[in-house]
Design a protein around this ligand. Sequence first.
Ligand SMILES: Nc1ncnc2c1ncn2[C@@H]1O[C@H](COP(=O)(O)OP(=O)(O)O)[C@@H](O)[C@H]1O
Ligand code: SF4
Ligand SMILES: [Mg+2]
Length: 317
Amino acid sequence: MKPHTVKTLLEVRDLEVSFQGIKTVTALSGVSFSIEESETLALVGETGCGKSVVAHAIMRLLPPESRVKGTVEFGGKSLLELSEKEMAKIREEEIAIIFQNPSLALNPVYSIGHQLAEPLRVHRKEKKKEAFLKAAKALKNMGFSNVSECIRYYPSWCSGGMNQRFLIAASIILNPALLIADEPSKGLDRKCVTELETELTKLKREKKTALLLISHDLGFVRRLADRIAVMYAGEIVEISDPSSLFESPMHPYTRGLLNSLPEKGFVPIPGFSPPLSSPPSGCKFHPRCPFREKRCKESHPGLKEIGRRAVRCFLCP
Ligand SMILES: Nc1ncnc2c1ncn2[C@@H]1O[C@H](COP(=O)(O)OP(=O)(O)O)[C@@H](O)[C@H]1O
Ligand code: SF4
Ligand SMILES: [Mg+2]
């Protein structure tokens, strides 16, 4: 049997993003990770830790006051060095991104069918009838049974959950190699989250789309991710497969995050995330860490690889 070869699709190396203002905010520092073809990598962490900035940096959608360093390689191309025109093509055809509020991303004046068919007409030069047939098929794949009706719906007629699934169908209609989903389950009720989970699982299985799944909801990502990267104050502090992460978390922050889950008794991590304009010295987690030592305040721990896992803590392993 031929050995299974793993191909890296996205490689982010030493990504640093800062925002220039009255004070410089270093939102990301030394962020490195990769995503293999068909793999789902989840980014988790408290609000403000830099998850969306990672997504926007990859897509080059950061505002003008941002400064970006490091490299982002996608399918052999260095995204940070592409011209705006080349990057626009990548955004249209190779990497899709969906945001938290689908109603804002869908155009209120066009029907769902139109919004699904349009990319096929523009980028694949498909005839109207064929494009609409493919749009209908895409809706069927997204779990809609009344496709001939759905295609005529307008976003304002639909629930947030339906619009989120329409948006995913529209984002993947050109078969991107990578889909970035930034908090896709936020604001949806339990039933819609379950439906979304089913559709994302199907997408992974059938289309082999790689996913960068951003969420603060650990339960949601546990069921979908192949690997989970935990972020704290603009850094990745642990990367692991879901079962190892949940059964034997290594970083004290990951342990705290898991203890704050309802099933573990809602024990919050004491203290607050530090301001990114003036982060603490040494390990950024040291002011909140129950295991801190003298060296934790003085030096900054690097991300150490331990087999298929990685952790940023002096005490691990
Ligand atoms: N345009 C901006 N100017 C200044 N700071 C910003 C800007 N965008 C994001 N930030 C800061 O970057 C940090 C990370 O933000 P974000 O990636 O949105 O967090 P998350 O998605 O994890 O909740 C936050 O502290 C936020 O205040
Ligand atoms: S390096 Fe020190 S302060 Fe940071 S997480 Fe590890 S033990 Fe805690
Ligand atoms: Mg965010």
